[in-house]
Design a protein around this ligand. Sequence first.
Ligand code: DX5
Ligand code: ZN
Length: 217
Amino acid sequence: MNRTLVSPSLLSANFANLQADIEKINQSEADWLHLDIMDGVFVPNISFGFPVLKHVAKLSQKPLDVHLMIVSPEKFIKEVKELGTMMMNVHYEACSHLHRVVQQIKDAGMKAAVTLNPATPVMLLTDIIGELDMVLLMSVNPGFGGQKFIPHTLDKVKELRELIARSGSQALIEVDGGVNLETGKQLVEAGADVLVAGNAVFKAPDMIDMIHQLKSL
Ligand code: DX5
Ligand code: ZN
C-alpha cells in the first residue's frame, strides 16, 4: 500500500521567520508544501499574497499545493503557475463555471483540484470527478488554522472513495483542517490519500518527527 502523503500547511508557521520553518520542511519527509491564500471575502480572514509567496516558492524544495480561498480564483491562474505550483486547489463554492476553471488550470500545466466546504455534498462532483487530479475535503470551515476536526468528514471521505471507484477517476483525496495523529489515522482508514496539517506540524516540539509519524499512518 502507498504511504500517506503529507502536506504541511504554512499558515501555522512562524511568519517572522518563514525561512527557518521552510528549511525544516525541506529536511523532512513531507511530500508537498500547502499554501493557503485568503482574500477576506470568500473567507473571513486574509493570509498572504503573491509578493510573499514568491519568496516562499524560491525557498521550498517541496512541490507546492496551493489552496485558494478566494472569489474568482480563475483570475490568478497565471500568478499561481508562475510560483511553480504543482497542484492548484479551487473551491467548488467559488466557481460558477467550474468545468472551465479546471480546464484552464490544466491548460496552464498544473494539476487541478476542487475543494469542498464542510456543508457541500460530495455528490455535487459526480459530473466533474473524471477531470480532477484531486479533491480536497475541508474538515473545518476554511479561514483559520487550529480548529477542531468535523467528524462527518470521515463519511464524506468514504463516499468520495466510492464515487472515485465507480467513475474510474484517478483523483487523490486530500483532507484539510484539524488533522493530527488521531484524526489522521481515522482519515487514512476511511480512504484519504493526502493529509494537510498546520498546527499539528508547526506547533509540534519536533516537526520532522511529527511529519514522519503522520506519514506512517
Ligand atoms: C484552513 C486552511 C488550513 C489550515 C489547517 O482554512 O485551509 O490549511 O492551515 O490548519 P490546521 O491543521 O491547524 O487545522
Ligand atoms: Zn488549506
